[in-house]
Ligand binder design. Structure first.
Ligand SMILES: [Zn+2]
Length: 359
């Protein structure tokens, strides 16, 4: 499936750390990827994502993350850059608000559109056919920036529509950052239960990525109505607790959720090690994960949550990826009759049933 400039399929990527790469790490995402690489001169973790590259790749909708940065307890006090470290909920809040402000600035500058409702989504997709500007659905990854549960309506007002409760541990629950072979214990805290209840009432989507499995079941058992995994692969193939077991994936699909495939080598091939030449491919490794999830859940519950540049870069991405504009190549591992669904329609349908009609 080669892409041509006349291709009007609006691709969806359900997980990209756009603002964080700017506010924490000083990357200018309004530049081309070639310019970012030339400025940074990195030997590893080279950029693959920027706003012009999203336009070039026909990526019409991105779940764009809002993060706290990194908890000092997790990464150590001396961790660099210091701007990426937080110690208190208030520092996490400041970081997250700076990221929302960046998304708002991009919107004011006409570089992107924030999608807050189904009405926004439909209008955006009409405009996108002509201007190719990416649409952003704001997704909080790790809820430490929510200082008090009663603050939630204010976050909604700022455009946030999706929340994952944890990255590492937060005061809302036990989290699994990168994952390991031992099963992380612990679930939701009392604050986590309260937050999830308020999220359900206000209309937020719950992203289960990075939550320890006990917490996932606690939330599912409450009957949370709008659930997805913005970026996770199959634990049966990459056996760490960062990924989803078969039963969890089935339960997400039964509730109408979608699971976004992560395009990080370490998550696609458990044998791959950082620093090794890339031997991971869509054709072999991504195909296995996609087929496994589709066999359990059906292709209508499979999407792309690439996480490109989310703590890794070109050297840690499959061979088919030079930049995010290569996302369409995921279609090569998906049966032709469901290609459009996986690349686009599954996530768009999920947004249509999950977002409010108007903002
Ligand atoms: Zn993540």
């Amino acid at each position: 499936m080669e892409r041509s400039s006349s291709n009007n399929l609006p691709l969806v990527d359900s997980h990209l750390d756009l603002a964080e790469n700017a506010t924490l790490f000083g990357r200018d995402l309004t530049s081309s990827v070639a310019e970012i690489r030339a400025v940074e001169k990195r030997a590893a973790g080279q950029a693959t994502v920027s706003l012009p590259e999203l336009e070039r790749g026909g990526i019409a909708v991105v779940f764009a993350t809002v993060t706290a940065g990194f908890l000092a307890e997790d990464v150590g006090e001396g961790s660099e850059p210091g701007s990426a470290v937080y110690r208190t909920p208030e520092e996490a809040e400041t970081q997250a608000l700076a990221q929302i402000e960046l998304y708002e600035r991009w919107e004011e500058q006409g570089r992107a559109r924030i999608i807050r409702s189904v009405g926004d989504l439909d209008r955006h997709l009409r405009l996108w056919r002509h201007d190719r500007r990416p649409g952003l659905v704001l997704l909080m990854e790790g809820a430490d920036p929510i200082v008090h549960v009663p603050d939630l309506p204010e976050w909604w007002r700022r455009g946030l529509r999706m929340i994952g409760l944890t990255f590492g541990d937060t005061r809302y629950g036990a989290g699994v950052a990168g994952g390991g072979p031992t099963f992380k214990r612990g679930g939701l805290t009392p604050d986590g239960f309260e937050l999830l209840g308020q999220m359900a009432d206000l209309g937020f989507v719950w992203d289960i990525s990075h939550l320890a499995e006990e917490g996932i079941w606690q939330g599912l058992d409450l009957g949370f109505p709008r659930v997805c995994a913005s970026h996770a692969n199959a634990r049966a193939l990459t056996p760490t607790d960062r990924h989803l077991g078969d039963e969890v994936m089935r339960a997400v699909a039964e509730r109408g959720g979608v699971i976004g495939l992560v395009l990080y080598n370490g998550f696609l091939d458990p044998g791959w090690r950082r620093g090794e030449p890339t031997s991971v491919t869509f054709d072999e490794h991504l195909r296995r994960h996609a087929s496994h999830i589709a066999n359990l859940c059906g292709w209508n519950h499979v999407g792309i949550g690439s996480d490109l540049d989310g703590g890794f870069g070109l050297e840690e991405s499959p061979l088919e990826i030079d930049t995010v504009a290569d996302l369409y190549r995921v279609g090569s591992v998906v049966p032709a009759d469901v290609r459009e669904a996986v690349l686009s329609a599954n996530w768009l349908d999920f947004l249509r049933i999950s977002l409010p009609q108007t903002s």
